[in-house]
Design a protein around this ligand. Structure first.
Ligand SMILES: NC(=O)c1ccc[n+]([C@@H]2O[C@H](COP(=O)([O-])OP(=O)(O)OC[C@H]3O[C@@H](n4cnc5c(N)ncnc54)[C@H](O)[C@@H]3O)[C@@H](O)[C@H]2O)c1
Ligand SMILES: O=C(O)C(=O)C[C@]1(C(=O)O)C=C[C@@H](O)C=C1
Length: 302
């Protein structure tokens, strides 16, 4: 049974996309929204990101049977505090944060007596803010739901249905496992992109204008990822510290092996590694999970 009234707290890329997707895919569901930033509320109203954009958090969540927190991970405690007094007793509180363990524990503590079922749509772009959202964002993308061990199964199934209605493929997973998987598939890739773009722009022997001028193919792809929102990513690394450090150690060991292969002129090791990784890319493409969507991530898909 779909929700009657979905409240969205935080009306940037993800919150705005949920609002637009609900209007398109669940036309009988009412949406309300609130953002801490008045300029975002204004723009959200102009774009119609939710049916109503409220002037306070309490007004937005009153009567909602699903509340989704779509704020940076570090702002989740403040968002939970802003809504706590006005939640309906039967409502489900969820979120879209990119890391899950600290958020799950915090929401369960901050909202005693309420049903908390965190989730993470693994879909996004390097753009943020109220102009970045679009209704198709979740189509054929994974959404990982991380219910606490004692979560009501019927409520979990209902949230899974909700995400499927927005076009997502849904997997449920323990929060710790989510954080390890996403550390290697999303968090460390972003760290590498931020670092390599920083390294290139700091070099003394290659000018900054040369970096911009000759940034073809590979480096250009890194710059797209390195343009992602600094607040969001700072919060991800502060909140998924252990899993990121563990995966980073493994990555640094593998990088050192490649460094040694280059130093020693060991072409076979390089060829074997590159062949293995090319096969991984080909299986992603074969599954239809590459960025085949038109204009994906280029900001002209509104
Ligand atoms: N960007 C992505 O690719 C992506 C993908 C999946 C999940 N996420 C997660 O989704 C969440 C939102 O990310 P986004 O990309 O939509 O960010 P965004 O910057 O586009 O939007 C976040 C919004 O939250 C608002 N906000 C901040 N603190 C608030 C508070 N205390 N109360 C109410 N509003 C508040 C901001 O004003 C902003 O408008 C983050 O937790 C992020 O980790 C992001
Ligand atoms: O495609 C991008 O721009 C993204 O970075 C999206 C991406 C990812 O790493 O896949 C980023 C963070 C999320 O939590 C989920 C999705």
């Amino acid at each position: 049974m779909s929700y009657r009234h979905v409240a969205i707290i935080g009306l940037g890329l993800i919150g705005g996309s949920i609002g637009l997707a609900v209007r398109e895919d669940l036309p009988d569901t009412k949406t309300t929204g609130w953002d801490i930033d008045p300029a975002v509320r204004r723009r959200a109203r102009e774009r119609g990101l939710t049916d109503t954009v409220c002037e306070d958090a309490g007004e937005a969540v009153r009567g909602a049977d699903l509340v989704i927190l779509c704020v940076p991970v570090g702002a989740m405690p403040a968002a939970a505090a802003a809504i706590a007094a006005d939640l309906s007793p039967e409502c489900v509180v969820s979120d879209v944060g990119s890391s899950k363990r600290t958020i799950t524990d915090m929401l369960v503590d901050a909202l005693p007596g309420f049903t908390v079922i965190p989730a993470h749509p693994v879909a996004g772009t390097e753009h943020s803010g109220p102009d970045a959202g679009f209704s198709m964002l979740f189509h054929q993308r994974w959404c990982i739901v991380t219910p606490p061990a004692d979560a009501d199964r019927a409520q979990v199934a209902r949230l899974v249905d909700f995400w499927e209605s927005l076009g997502a493929m849904v997997e449920t997973m323990d929060a710790d496992h989510h954080d390890k998987v996403l550390a290697v598939t999303s968090h460390i890739p972003h760290l590498i992109a931020y670092t390599i773009v920083g390294t290139a722009s700091d070099m003394e022997t290659v000018t900054r204008s040369e970096v911009i001028k000759y940034s073809a193919g590979g480096f250009r792809d890194f710059t797209r990822i390195a343009a992602s929102d600094p607040t969001m990513w700072r919060d991800v690394f502060l909140n998924n510290k252990d899993a990121v450090l563990e995966m980073l150690d493994t990555f640094l060991t593998d990088l050192a092996l490649m460094r040694e292969a280059i130093r020693a002129g060991d072409g076979q090791t390089m060829f074997d590694t590159f062949s293995r990784t090319r096969a991984i890319r080909r299986s992603i493409v074969a599954l239809g999970q590459d960025d085949a969507r038109p204009d994906f991530g280029r900001g002209d898909h509104k």
